[in-house]
Ligand binder design. Structure first.
Ligand SMILES: Cc1cc2nc3c(=O)[nH]c(=O)nc-3n(C[C@H](O)[C@H](O)[C@H](O)COP(=O)(O)O)c2cc1C
Length: 374
């Protein structure tokens, strides 16, 4: 997700010069709905139905959507997914997102901190802890950087940022369509294992919108990471975002990936063994999507695009009122499913369309075969 790169197509100096411009361009493409379409495919939530209970025998005052995350009690299982930083527009958005997170009481992520190792002067863009002292704040870095950076320096930076976790993003799809992007993704899992051994902070590994297959989720948990964020398909498609920065021919190549990836609901449904340990994200747009994600076993749910758009339109207030709406829908849907707590909701059975059930079964079977284990 980083726009400063050691990719072989451009010199580091040139990349440094315009990293802020590229970050700003990403933000513009994501926010300007009238000119750019960045969401593709489907999340799979439309193939999942919650089962209404006409006799729930619960009172609204009993409904408790709070959860524990990174050692803190938070009012609902929602986090602001990793975004922005590194440009002045991103800095403004980051500040508002952090202030909103503090107001609502939910965790907040930030965009990749890689740039800090070349441009320490933008430290303030990422020092969100001072704006959100009472909620978990999560730093972010690419898997390739975990492989290439000095771990002592990385851990020192995390300490200075006063964060509660490091989020490591895996985004080979985006990198392949970023002119300056990385092309070599070998050695990442060994690097994550090595960092896990040294890091005093929890590690969260995420995709950025194409999903993580269940066998890879197992590999990541075996490596000791605390949470895996499935970041599945159906929401922001980062090849699509990059395509708007490409020439016509390259753009057509990128467009073949409009439907790429494993959808968010599909991954959750195919990986019931990780119930409660996954963060669901990728295309979560409503309180009902959120409720379905938890009913499919998610322990937490992340949203990116809706929050950045809410901040752009309404600042801190816009984010807070959107989060309040999500909470109200979640609490109401919990009552209507007969679930008092998030743990109850995670045990709620859902209805699946035949097509969804069949794809889930195929994925489970495929992933249980040793030769495809990653
Ligand atoms: C403006 C913007 C910037 C992002 N920057 C990062 C980033 O630096 N690191 C990262 O891991 N993910 C980044 N993401 C990806 C999101 O965290 C998320 O995985 C993805 O957008 C899918 O979620 P969504 O469908 O809710 O947007 C960014 C997303 C947006 C919209």
């Amino acid at each position: 997700m980083d726009t400063v790169s050691t990719g072989s197509n451009s010199s580091p100096a040139a990349a440094d010069q315009d990293f802020g411009a590229r970050k700003a361009r990403h933000l513009e493409i994501c926010i300007d709905e009238s000119r750019y379409r960045v969401e593709t495919g489907a999340t799979g939530f439309e193939q999942v139905q919650l089962v209404h209970s006409a006799l729930p025998e619960l009172g609204m005052q009993q409904i408790d959507p709070s959860v524990s995350f990174l050692g803190q009690r938070i009012p609902m299982p929602i986090l602001i997914s990793s975004m922005t930083g590194g440009s002045s527009e991103g800095f403004r958005a980051n500040k508002d997102l952090a202030r909103a997170a503090q107001r609502i009481g939910i965790p907040v992520g930030m965009g990749s901190i890689r740039v800090l190792f070349r441009h320490p002067e933008v430290f303030d863009h990422f020092h969100l802890k001072k704006l959100a002292p009472d909620v978990p704040v999560m730093a972010n870095i690419g898997g390739v950087q975990v492989r290439d950076l000095d771990h002592t320096q990385l851990l020192e930076m995390l300490k200075r940022l006063e964060v509660q976790a490091l989020v490591i993003h895996l985004n080979p799809g985006q990198e392949l369509f970023q002119p300056e992007g990385d092309r070599d993704f070998r050695g990442v899992i060994d690097a994550i294992r090595a960092l896990r051994e040294r890091s005093p902070l929890p590690l969260i590994v995420k995709e950025t919108g194409f999903g993580i297959r269940p066998s890879t989720i197992a590999t990541l948990f075996d490596a000791g990471v605390e949470w895996v964020n499935v970041a599945g398909a159906g929401g922001t498609n980062w090849v699509k975002v990059e395509s708007y920065r490409l020439d016509d021919i390259e753009r057509q190549t990128a467009e073949e990936f409009d439907d790429w990836g494993l959808s968010t609901a599909l991954i959750l449904a195919a990986a019931p063994q990780f119930r409660g340990r996954l963060i669901a994200s990728g295309g979560v747009r409503s309180g009902i999507d959120l409720t379905k994600a938890v009913a499919l076993g998610a322990g937490m749910v992340g949203l990116a695009l809706p929050f950045i758009r809410a901040v752009k339109q309404g600042g801190v207030e816009g984010v807070a009122s959107f989060a309040e709406r999500l909470k109200r829908v979640l609490s109401s849907a919990m009552l209507l499913c007969g679930a008092r707590t998030i743990a109850d909701l995670q045990r709620t059975r859902t209805l699946w369309t035949p097509a969804f059930r069949s794809t889930v079964e195929q994925l489970r079977e495929l992933e249980s075969q040793p030769e495809v284990q990653r």
